[in-house]
Design a protein around this ligand. Sequence first.
Ligand code: AMP
Ligand code: MG
Length: 352
Amino acid sequence: MRVLGIETTCDETAASVVGLSASGHGDILSNEVMSQIAEHAAYGGVVPEIAARAHVEVLDRLVERALRVADVKLKNLDGIAAAAGPGLIGGVIVGLTFGKALALATGKPFIAVNHLEAHALTARLTDGIEFPYLLLLVSGGHTQLVSVRGVGDYRRLGTTIDDAMGEAFDKVAKMLGLPYPGGPQVEKEAMQGDPLRFNFPRPMLRRPGADFSLSGLKTAVRLEAERIAPLRPIDIADICASFQAAVVDVIVDRVRGALRAFRAEDGHPTALVVAGGVAANGAIRRALTRFAGESGLRLIVPPVALCTDNGAMIAWTGIERLRLGMTDDLTFAARPRWPLDVNAERVHNGKA
Ligand code: AMP
Ligand code: MG
């Protein structure tokens, strides 16, 4: 079985072919990604209109390249999968329409993929783990703790009530005059800084449940930066280190809360899986490694190229669904919001 996957929900245009071997594991035959970071850098964030246009400009060539690298002809594919949300609607429409058109022209089965489900299932592509497992998804647009119980079966244990984790890193970077995207810059500065110099708040710490809140922390950073301005390089490094230390404390505490909720209903997880661009952060990885060790959990952090937005995760989700007979109609509409857990009622600030 070989499936093409298309991803255009945010600022990465991506196409990939993934195969399913006879033994049941996934093979990434190609994984082409074009990031639009340069196009958005001047604005300090992703501009939806620019993103949609950039997807249109490169998607056809990228799909061609993904097929060529995989050495697969369109007619030899078993299915075509495209992310249908959640994300920036203009971009989602570009990839979804492209995927549907290919499916129509070739007569192949079509799979409309939930981008969050694709992040959730990536660990099964990389490590072949079994259900159920605990997922921490921390990216530029999403912050969620989810019990992954099966394909299409998710229980959301926690989410952010305001900013996403990556967004918080990006906003802190911006207020300190660091370039976009801010996460890697903040981490770099933090390496030179003193994490104890500023005692920033740890929002939600030890609260019941597993929800996050990050806007208060961001505001505390801004007020402190304003108070001690003008900022010397050492001040910037210390602020970044202290901010990152607060984030690490919050993440570990919220994962602990989620694990408690997980065990209450779903038993012992086969692993703790971390996904999303923020998973690239070394301090967060180290803290979660320690936590997993103490909790007797296997920790899985897929390689960065598969943690951030990519086509392989979409193609893999296409395979997971196709082999269960879960295909979609070509009338499937783009969904800017599309919660993983249909029973999770609270949708905060537009972030499912
Ligand atoms: P994604 O939304 O999955 O494409 O990931 C992008 C987000 O991850 C952006 O908000 C980045 O600032 C953030 N990010 C990337 N690398 C790091 C890092 N080393 N530390 C913290 N955040 C990061
Ligand atoms: Mg991205």
